[in-house]
Design a protein around this ligand. Structure first.
Ligand code: DC
Length: 215
């Protein structure tokens, strides 16, 4: 069974999807982490984002792998990059990298293969609309922009110059790029259930979705 959870950054997707998977005893896939890992690799290797040949080469060399044993983990050439991919620099560039067709093609291929014949909760931007249009359940989480910036602010570890306002601007910019890109943009699938998480606790979000699935 596939449960797709999409929505903008800071809408509560990741924590909700992870806890829901735990509650259902499903595995969990964070597709944003995959785009972040590619961004981290491109930045580290100074890949020119306008040069498709270099992008193609980098995608062949990256050796990206995802695993779920008791939690979701992401590796580049046997190095766990779970922490590296959450940096401010990656935040800044990830929306540009995830616009690149070659990158999306490769990520979607990995996502579909990884999910084959598994009970899985997958979170992202295009899961219900493009990656798994036949998912058994589709949820689209939204929340007020200021609330989302406040949530992201609590997660920042590597940069004391970051403010709620600068995060709000970054989220606004990413929402715009994610929603307006030509290939599989951030969009609510027609048959997705929309949940506004602005005034919900994580616990309430998980319960709400869990109850809908259990019905
Ligand atoms: O969920 P997140 O903030 O970790 O996602 C990081 C970026 O990856 C986000 O700006 C858009 C992109 N993304 C995407 O384009 N498609 C997905 N399925 C998941 C994430």
């Amino acid at each position: 069974m596939i449960i797709a959870i999409d929505g903008p950054a800071g809408s509560g997707k990741s924590t909700t999807a992870r806890l829901l998977a735990e509650k259902l005893n499903f595995i969990y896939l964070d597709t944003g982490a995959m785009y972040r890992a590619v961004t981290f690799y491109f930045l580290k290797n100074s890949v020119n984002l306008k040069d498709s040949e270099k992008i193609c080469e980098a995608l062949l060399e990256i050796n990206l792998s995802i695993h779920f044993y008791d939690k979701f983990e992401i590796y580049i050439s046997d190095k766990n990059v779970d922490k590296d991919i959450r940096s401010t620099k990656v935040n800044e560039f990830v929306s540009f990298v995830s616009q690149i067709e070659l990158v999306r093609k490769k990520m979607v291929e990995i996502q579909r293969k990884f999910s084959e014949n598994r009970n899985i909760v997958i979170e992202g931007r295009d899961i219900g609309s493009y990656v798994f249009p036949n998912a058994e359940f589709k949820f689209f989480l939204i929340a007020d922009l200021f609330e989302r910036a406040k949530r992201r602010f609590k997660e920042i570890r590597d940069d004391s110059s970051i403010t709620v306002n600068s995060l709000l601007e970054n989220l606004k910019k990413r929402d715009e790029i994610d929603s307006n890109r030509s290939i599989s943009p951030l969009i609510k699938a027609q048959d997705a259930i929309e949940i506004d998480t602005t005034s919900l606790t994580i616990d309430e979000q998980v319960k709400k979705i869990y109850n809908i699935i259990n019905k």
